[in-house]
Design a protein around this ligand. Structure first.
Ligand code: ADP
Ligand code: MG
Length: 249
């Protein structure tokens, strides 16, 4: 079992001097140009910035999906560079959850099986898994839909399945890339509310890239990327202004 949720100020993931380049013919695109960021236990962070500013690149590195970068990452004070392949795989499998814009559910599996999927590698008994899946589906209000296929659900319901799938293994950090981009505004607000509520209930931190001004109301801290560089911004700056781009103008 993981350690109980501690004070919200403890550092969970630290990124220091992070740089990311993509090759482009003879040239290279500098997607991240020296990003320093500390994600603390249990905090909900919004990552804003125009398209192409490096949000997804940052999420892929923070989510340990992309290991091709320069700079340092520390997980709970331990440098990732000192961890072996096995420890990294375990960290990714047990401590991280992902939510994507396009839901990324498996269409041929039921809602329950989609949520069960991340638990398959965790060595739980079938009964333990079934109990966890059922309680997770109840938490996101989908207990009536457990046996359905994802394509029988609305967009908002599908994103709730994705939230359940990300949270079911009780990760320490949820990485969410534009999780409301495919949703209408009413549904988006409900999904954000649910994500915040469930993440707080489990003590999971959330790093969420978003264009959605409403999303900022559900976050504890707002960060802004511009041309691969991070600028700390206060939530208050945004709540007074409808969108980050207007705030920056
Ligand atoms: P955002 O998510 O904020 O839109 P990205 O991280 O996707 O930003 O992209 C940042 C920059 O890196 C952009 O200029 C983008 O074109 C470039 N980029 C992203 N992924 C790749 C890739 N796989 N190959 C080449 N360039 C990429
Ligand atoms: Mg992106």
């Amino acid at each position: 079992m993981r350690a109980p949720h501690t004070a919200s100020s403890a550092p969970l993931l630290r990124l220091a001097g992070l740089r990311k380049r993509y090759p482009l013919g003879q040239h290279r695109i500098e997607a991240l140009r020296g990003v320093d960021l500390e994600i603390r236990e249990g905090e909900i962070l919004a990552l804003t910035g125009p398209s192409g500013s490096g949000k997804s690149s940052l999420l892929h590195i923070a989510g340990l999906i992309d290991a091709d970068y320069q700079g340092q990452l520390e997980w709970q004070g331990r440098p990732l560079s000192g961890m072996g392949m096995h420890a990294l795989t375990q960290l990714r499998r047990d401590a991280l959850g992902f939510i994507f814009q396009g839901f990324n559910l498996v269409p041929v599996m039921s809602v329950a099986d989609n949520v069960d999927f991340p638990l398959l590698l965790q060595g739980l008994t079938k009964a333990e898994r079934a109990a966890r899946v059922a309680s997770m589906l109840a938490d996101v209000g989908l207990e009536q839909h457990a046996a359905k296929r994802p394509d029988a659900l609305s967009g908002g319901q599908r994103q709730r399945v994705a939230i359940a799938r990300a949270l079911v293994k009780q990760p320490r950090l949820i990485i969410a890339d534009e999780p409301t981009a495919s949703l209408d505004s009413h549904t988006a607000t409900q999904v954000l509310q649910l994500l915040r509520e469930r993440a707080k209930a489990q003590g999971a931190a959330v790093l969420m890239a978003t264009h959605d001004a409403r999303a900022l109301l559900f976050c504890d801290r707002v960060l802004q990327l511009e041309d691969g560089r991070l600028q700390d911004a206060r939530l208050a700056d945004y709540t007074l202004n409808p969108t980050p781009s207007e705030a920056a103008a």
